[in-house]
Design a protein around this ligand. Structure first.
Ligand SMILES: CC/C=C\C/C=C\C/C=C\C/C=C\C/C=C\C/C=C\C=C\C(=O)SCCNC(=O)CCNC(=O)[C@H](O)C(C)(C)COP(=O)(O)OP(=O)(O)OC[C@H]1O[C@@H](n2cnc3c(N)ncnc32)[C@H](O)[C@@H]1OP(=O)(O)O
Ligand SMILES: Cc1cc2nc3c(=O)[nH]c(=O)nc-3n(C[C@H](O)[C@H](O)[C@H](O)COP(=O)(O)OP(=O)(O)OC[C@H]3O[C@@H](n4cnc5c(N)ncnc54)[C@H](O)[C@@H]3O)c2cc1C
Length: 633
């Protein structure tokens, strides 16, 4: 990701207009939205001013924009899709001329990415919105032929965006050419009124993400110029000639970008949850360890360390793997720019399983951090509930987790078949060939030994899937049916692959740079990486016993080493979360503030509740009192 001049956090945080007088949880649905538009517009203005003094295209957010935005908004930014998908879709899928045209207003337009429909989110080839070429007028006519074809979920679509990139089935001369992307203005720039032929609105309250302004959009004979189809990969000429893409899946490139990005995003989500829960665990004193000594910091309970230190380690794992995956993405995009698609399937498979594992892990680990804070973790003022609902949305959006794991499984099975035929494989799956040729080692209780063992599990489960599919086919099922019958095991293969990748990349990237770090930093980072790998070896002990030569004695030694690592990390735990360097104004937590004044902050926040503005609420006199007096004996 290119580095641009970024707004210093303290510059942005010093803007009064970005502060909230009333905690968001006390605002109505509508007030919430209006409040984030107020703050989002200030940020949008800052990003726009910043972009003006930059030589490059004036429409990309600065690199730390997402981090600042997340903190300031204390919730999802309704302008997020403009930066996360709308602009990337145009820059990746439109011709240079189209980019100049569509983005000429820079920050003067606000866009979103409208792909999902009421009836379809996963199965893109089943999308129902149509874009039909009108040869006479040189236009596309967009229609939503059914209720289920209404666009449904796009962020900012309800009341914020005035443009969008729409995924629709392309029809030319009666022939359907599948899903393609179109640049569409949906509201008047001056009045913000929906353009004629459109039905627009928001989809209603959600479990979280309630400031994202997810909306719906229906088209009725809505016309756009032919040139509004994004034509970098495929084209429709004026005479109606359709020029197909070198790879029809290039249309899905924007989703790969966000999936790759989400690894780093989840690292940041987890860093916040770990900072809150570890700092709180250092402040909170509860119960005794030795009966004759004072109450201890709950962080001294080993089981509390077991609950929390994995989140510190996982945040670093996702950050490091996120950088590794970003480098892979950048290289593959560079290759595609030179005309080579060879590594696109590998990138797709990697981004699918790593996006899924990182979002799922962020979800349950943030929940674990919340639970580790007892009742106070359940307060909105702790910010752990909001972190949870925001993080877990990512398990679904940008590709539902099961579906993406099945995509990776598709790649593993194909790779297994290539290994059986003696073909060479990319480095990320070459262990399948080693397994097939029975070139694997005896178990070693070392980080490298564990990584090798986790790879053996992947190979063993992949082999089992291939054999299961073959068994169902031999019993008369079609391949697709046999695939469906084996899908429980296929998911397991992808999950195991993702975990092996995370452990391998985390350990070897840390090992690679450790010689360049101060001894103390190298020691602590290696402890975190070893904790992560040992944690997952113990979690996956069943698979390791089935597919490797690990023994009960090896497992006992791993358990002992794991507990040693908890004790080694304990003295650095608070320092490690402080090193995430997340300011109080961005952390937004009464439990996690740097000064540790937890109880004072909790009381200050409680008193902000509108209910505490008066000692007796009017409902007593209106409703309770008559009943009490009536039944008073
Ligand atoms: C203020 C903020 C400031 C700054 C912000 C700046 C940056 C922030 C950036 C990001 C922020 C992070 C997070 C927030 C961002 C967004 C969150 C909010 C919004 C969310 C948006 C969305 O959800 S958009 C919609 C997402 N939808 C999906 O992902 C749909 C999932 N479905 C699919 O992908 C496909 O339909 C399918 C793959 C599941 C099945 O398709 P199908 O056609 O049936 O494919 P198959 O037959 O199974 O396979 C065919 C072959 O195609 C290959 N394939 C499939 N997909 C891809 C792909 N994407 N790329 C490459 N190749 C692909 C597949 O492997 C098959 O190949 P074979 O060789 O095996 O045949
Ligand atoms: C907070 C949020 C923000 C979003 N923002 C946007 C946005 O900005 N733009 C946008 O276009 N979309 C957006 N989405 C939509 C999102 O991309 C879809 O919800 C997602 O792709 C899943 O599709 P679906 O909801 O139709 O679920 P389905 O695909 O209907 O999935 C339902 C169930 O069916 C299962 N299933 C489906 N297909 C298969 C299969 N082939 N094999 C096995 N099981 C299967 C799934 O695993 C799941 O359990 C957003 C969603 C959320 C929650």
């Amino acid at each position: 990701m290119k580095c641009y001049p970024v707004p210093r956090e303290n510059l942005v945080l010093s803007i009064d207009n970005l502060k909230d007088d009333i905690p968001e949880e006390y605002l109505s649905h509508k007030e919430c939205y209006e409040n984030v538009i107020r703050k989002g517009s200030v940020l949008y203005d800052i990003f726009s001013e910043l972009s003006k003094d930059r030589k490059h295209k004036a429409h990309q957010a600065p690199s730390n924009a997402y981090r600042i935005s997340d903190g300031i908004m204390q919730n999802v930014n309704p302008f997020l899709l403009h930066f996360a998908l709308f602009v990337p879709a145009i820059t990746n899928q439109a011709t240079p001329e189209q980019q100049a045209e569509f983005l000429k207003h820079g920050f003067g337009i606000i866009g979103t990415y409208a792909q999902t429909e009421l009836g379809h989110g996963t199965f893109l080839r089943g999308l129902e919105t149509t874009a039909t070429l009108d040869l006479e007028t040189d236009e596309f006519v967009l229609n939503s032929p059914t209720l289920t074809s209404y666009k449904w979920w796009p962020g900012g679509l309800g009341h914020t965006a005035n443009h969008c990139v729409v995924m629709a089935q392309l029809y030319v001369k009666g022939k359907c050419h599948g899903p393609h992307l179109f640049f569409v203005q949906i509201r008047d720039i001056e009045t913000h009124e929906p353009l004629p032929g459109l039905k627009l609105g928001e989809i209603g309250a959600k479990m979280g993400f309630n400031t994202a302004d997810n909306g719906f959009l229906g088209f009725h004979n809505f016309r756009i110029p032919r040139n509004n189809m994004l034509m970098k990969n495929s084209q429709v000429l004026k005479d109606g000639t359709y020029v197909e893409s070198k790879n029809e899946k290039l249309t899905y490139g924007s989703m790969v970008f966000v999936r790759v990005y989400l690894l780093s995003d989840m690292a940041y989500m987890l860093a916040r949850a770990a900072t809150i829960s570890v700092r709180y665990s250092a402040v909170r004193h509860q119960s005794h360890i030795k009966p004759d000594e004072p109450e201890v910091q709950i962080l001294d309970f080993v089981i509390q360390q077991h609950k929390l230190f994995i989140s510190i380690a996982t945040s670093h794992a996702f950050k490091i793997c996120g950088l590794w995956l970003w480098q892979t993405y950048s290289k593959v995009m560079e290759d595609i720019g030179k005309g080579s698609m060879d590594r696109l399937p590998e990138l797709h498979a990697l981004s699918c399983c790593l996006k899924t594992t990182s979002t799922r892990d962020a979800g349950w680990l943030i929940e674990q951090c919340r639970l580790a804070c007892g009742g106070h973790g359940y307060l909105m003022s702790s910010n752990l509930p909001s972190l949870y609902t925001t993080a877990t949305a990512a398990i679904t959006y940008e590709g539902e987790s099961t579906v993406l794991l099945l995509q990776t499984a598709r790649y593993l099975i194909k790779s297994w078949k290539r290994a059986m035929e003696g073909e060479s494989l990319p480095a990320t799956v070459s262990f399948l060939s080693e397994y097939f040729n029975k070139r694997y080692n005896k178990w070693e209780n070392t980080p490298k030994g564990i990584v090798d063992g986790l790879k053996l599990v992947v190979a063993g489960v992949t082999k089992m899937c291939a054999e299961s599919i073959q068994k169902h086919v031999s019993r008369g099922q079609q391949y697709e049916e046999a695939w469906n019958s084996s899908s429980v095991q296929l998911i397991k293969a992808s999950e195991a692959y993702s975990r092996a990748l995370l452990c391998e990349v985390f350990w070897f990237e840390v090992d690679k740079v450790s010689s360049t770090l101060s001894n103390n930093l190298a020691v602590v980072l290696k402890q975190l990486a070893e904790l992560y790998i040992t944690y997952w070896a113990l979690e996956k002990r069943g698979d390791l016993l089935v597919y490797t030569t690990i023994s009960k004695d090896d497992l006992d030694k791993l358990q002992e080493r794991y507990e040693e690592l908890l004790a080694l990390i304990r003295p650095n735990a608070v320092g490690l979360v402080d090193s995430f360097d997340i300011r109080d104004e961005i952390l937004c937590s009464t439990l996690g503030a740097y000064d540790g004044r937890v109880y004072e902050r909790m009381m200050e926040h409680a008193l902000k509740s509108p209910l505490n503005a008066e000692t007796v609420n009017q409902s007593f006199h209106k409703y309770m009192k008559p009943v009490i007096l009536k039944h008073k004996i």
